[in-house]
Write a protein that binds this ligand. Sequence first.
Ligand code: THU
Length: 162
Amino acid sequence: MEIAEETWARLREEALEAVTHAYAPYSGYRVGAAALAEDGHVYTGCNVENASLGVVLCAECGLVSSAVRNDAGRLLAFVCVNGEGDAIAPCGRCRQVLREHGGRGMLLAMPRGIMRMDEVLPESFGPEAMEGHTAGATTETPAPASDARARKDGDKEGHERG
Ligand code: THU
């Protein structure tokens, strides 16, 4: 999928705004993230650190949480910046978090340019691997809305789209 230049510029602006809210008193490393979702909205997040130093919430976690909360659908394009405004690579854990909600075809503005998720996280483990293996899940358990959408669309527009 093509993402227009002005959309990338808007995502960068939103990430730069998000980074101003970062809570990073321990590392001093501020992060802001923004993504365009299928619903046409931009979702953002910033890192939130903790006095218990291992309990860090990366900027991507806030972004994904907000997108899922709002039934945003698949994430299409993503930008992440540090406090200097440089594009940064999402950490390994966040690549996996983004992959779940963006699929293999999600686009990321990496330090060396736009890359697809399947380049950034090759041979990834994703929701399709769990099909038929959700032991303990019942029909009473509401699936995340984004998963429901993926199934409804026969996976062509959902998380499995590569
Ligand atoms: N950080 C993020 O928010 N996202 C990433 O993808 C990389 C790292 C944060 C976590 C921590 O608060 C700070 O950057 C330094 O690692």
